[in-house]
Ligand binder design. Structure first.
Ligand code: PBG
Ligand code: ZN
Length: 321
């Protein structure tokens, strides 16, 4: 008889043969910075997550650093939006100013700048709009400019989330030509047109005002296409890739892990977070165990690092142990 139970008898033995672990170093915490003053605004669909103004954001950054979380993913919410999302690439835009602040006060915290237009456009789309269509090529120079101004401000990593074709190449070229050959790109390579982003769009005020994002984000029905997207981003020069959403797309994570050698980051998105929080608030599930099980499932599927709104909770639990 094969006695699998031999290695399951005590916590010491289970720990000895454990294949995957979660450490604070694995985690990336998303943060929403709002252009205003003395602002700490809860997001109703995301319990415990807030928008902060720059003058209030240190209270959250102190927690991140104290808990040993190495990186944040920064999203900006501008006071004013316009047709072409100019706040995204303004050298004194909200993320650019926030990054300068962070790099001065927390020089060792890695700042990942999310690059997209949807938080900054009046129509809420990730690219320029003409006659109801989302323009691809005309959007690329704006994304490239957003990457450069955020890198100028001190961003450590550039993370384009727009899903326009050719944006990695355009951004790489612009970074290289503007003195940032060593700033890496972490592209949202396999990003589905997902209903799981709903709470994020509340948080960032970035829901499209007409139509949806299906003409640029991937059809959730497709798995092979995700491999082509990743291959293409690697060919264009991305250094690392994101698979997103994470939990409902673990098959894609696993295939990307098997086919490519680049670092993979799982994005445990807002809707995945909110579902756990809602069930936990009702006393229907054990939040801590469910969250850790979700994290380990992403690791098992091949994720190297995890972007998650649970990051502060997890790092706190790990510290307690
Ligand atoms: C913006 C962007 C989105 C997310 C990350 N960057 C929303 C979207 O594409 O509509 C989703 C993150 C989340 O749901 O937590 N392009
Ligand atoms: Zn977008």
């Amino acid at each position: 008889m094969r006695r699998f139970r031999r290695l399951r008898q005590t916590e010491e033995m289970r720990s000895f043969v454990r294949e995957n672990r979660i450490l604070p170093e694995d985690l990336i915490y998303p943060l929403f910075v709002y252009e205003g003053e003395n602002w700490k605004e809860p997001i109703p669909s995301m319990p415990n997550i807030y928008q902060y103004s720059i003058d209030r954001i240190d209270e959250e950054l102190d927690r991140v650093v104290d808990l040993g979380i190495p990186a944040i993913l920064l999203f900006g919410i501008p006071a004013k939006k316009d047709e072409c999302g100019s706040g995204a690439y303004d050298k004194d835009g909200i993320t650019q100013r926030c990054i300068r602040h962070i790099k001065e006060k927390y020089p060792h915290l890695l700042v990942i700048a999310d690059i997209c237009l949807c938080e900054y456009t009046s129509h809420g789309h990730c690219g320029l709009v003409e006659d109801g269509h989302i323009l691809n090529d005309a959007t690329l120079p704006l994304l490239a400019k957003a990457a450069v101004t955020n890198a100028d401000a001190g961003a450590d990593i550039i993370a384009p989330s727009d899903m326009m074709d050719g944006r990695v190449a355009a951004i790489r070229k612009a970074l290289d030509e503007n003195g940032h050959p060593l700033v890496p790109i972490l592209s949202y390579s396999a990003k589905g047109a997902s209903a799981y982003y709903g709470p994020f769009r509340d948080a960032a005020g970035s829901a499209p005002h007409f139509g949806d994002r299906r003409s640029y984000q991937m059809d959730p029905s497709n798995a092979r296409e995700a491999i082509r997207e990743v291959q293409d981003d690697i060919d264009e020069g991305t250094d690392m890739v994101i698979v997103k959403p994470a939990l409902a797309y673990l098959d894609i994570m696993k295939t990307v892990r098997e086919k490519f050698l680049v670092p993979i980051v799982a994005y445990n998105v807002s809707g995945e977070y909110s579902m756990v929080k809602a069930a936990a608030a009702n006393g229907w599930i054990d939040e801590r165990r469910i969250v850790m099980e979700n994290m380990i499932s992403m690791k098992r599927a091949g994720a190297d690092r995890i972007i998650t709104y649970h990051a502060l909770d997890i790092a706190g639990w790990l510290k307690e142990k």
